[in-house]
Design a protein around this ligand. Structure first.
Ligand SMILES: C[S@@+](CC[C@H](N)C(=O)[O-])C[C@H]1O[C@@H](n2cnc3c(N)ncnc32)[C@H](O)[C@@H]1O
Length: 313
């Protein structure tokens, strides 16, 4: 049970759980994230130099955003859903650079919602809404979800419960896409659930990400099977270690300002979390997947047969 937010009545992080982490204040995150406030693993292909450097971090985050937009197959004039839109960096890139006609972002954070609204992006909209409650008027051409999947189950769920929760997510995404439409998903995962020492995940669940928990790859593959084929998979755990090193060094440099904004205890908690996460990725106990999923033309039934069933909307 999570002691901060009371007993769980549902799967994954609640809005209160999310706000406990993300609504500590945009000004605090701005001290150590890149200027676009992207809060997920960057893509460092071909980028060398210190990861705490603002320009390099921004470049690697931008490369990641462009990668996912390309993988989702969303082009100029298209419609995009961003599940877990954070402070809006993907929405901005999609509308201002790619020319996406409508980009819709979902977040559970009031602070992120206010920030995205304040950007005044033409063609972009945002809602404080759980994906479970999302009911779009028309389908999307592509879906991106970066760094949100980690919040869709919580630490105490069994493997079967996790697969059920992830399957519900994939079912909804499939219902919002045309046949062969693509979902580009980025998530942290445990490399081996059974063998994993739970002390670090327990610390994260208790102190940093209440109500959340990590998948492993076999759960994602099993859960998506009736709805999607995996058409591309990148394992980029080293990229996350590098991103975390960049964030850590930036936060360390901004210690005085950070302590003024959030207090010495919160500063120390975040420093510890960023450094511990970096070590977890370096030891390969966790990794980072970028997964491109292509919607099947019809839903698969039990045993892999083509069930000919409709997708849920
Ligand atoms: C680590 S942030 C990543 C934000 C952004 N994608 C980025 O890369 O900067 C996770 C995001 O997922 C959102 N989120 C978590 N659970 C959600 C849910 N059930 N429905 C919608 N958004 C959710 C949070 O509100 C937050 O915006």
């Amino acid at each position: 049970m999570n002691t901060r937010t009371g007993p769980r009545t549902r799967t994954g992080a609640t809005a209160a759980d999310i706000q406990a982490h993300y609504d500590i204040g945009k000004e605090f995150y701005a001290l150590w994230l890149d200027p676009g406030l992207t809060y997920s693993c960057a893509l460092w292909d071909g980028i060398t130099g210190p990861p705490g450097n603002t320009d390099l971090l921004a470049k690697a985050q931008h490369a990641k955003l462009r990668y996912h937009l390309e993988q989702a197959g969303v082009t100029a004039g298209g419609r995009l859903l961003d599940i877990g839109c954070g402070w809006g960096s993907l929405l901005r890139t999609a509308t201002e650079e790619v020319g996406v006609r409508q980009a819709f972002g979902l977040t559970l954070s009031a602070d992120q919602y206010a920030h995205v609204r304040s950007l005044g992006l033409s063609g972009a909209d945002v809602e404080v809404q759980d994906w479970r409650d999302h009911e779009p008027a028309e389908p999307y051409d592509g879906i991106v979800s970066i760094g949100a999947f980690e919040h869709f189950t919580h630490q105490d769920m069994s493997r079967d419960e996790r697969i059920g929760a992830y399957r519900a997510f994939f079912a909804r995404c499939a219902g919002w896409l045309p046949p062969l439409g693509r979902l580009s998903l980025q998530t942290i995962a445990l490399t081996d659930h059974a063998a994993h020492d739970t002390s670090v995940p327990d610390f994260f669940a208790r102190e940093i990400f209440p109500g959340s928990g990590l998948p492993c790859l076999s759960e994602i593959a099993t859960a998506c099977e009736p709805y999607f084929t995996i058409s591309r998979l990148r394992e980029d755990g080293a990229d996350y270690a590098r991103t975390l090193r960049g964030w850590s060094s930036r936060l360390f440099r901004a210690r005085k300002e950070a302590e003024l904004l959030v207090g010495a205890d919160a500063y120390l908690r975040y420093r510890t979390y960023l450094r511990a996460s970096e070590i977890v990725f370096m030891r390969q106990a966790s990794t980072l997947y970028r997964i491109t999923l292509r919607r099947r033309s019809e839903r698969r039934g039990p045993g892999g047969s083509s069930g000919g069933q409709a997708f849920p909307q």
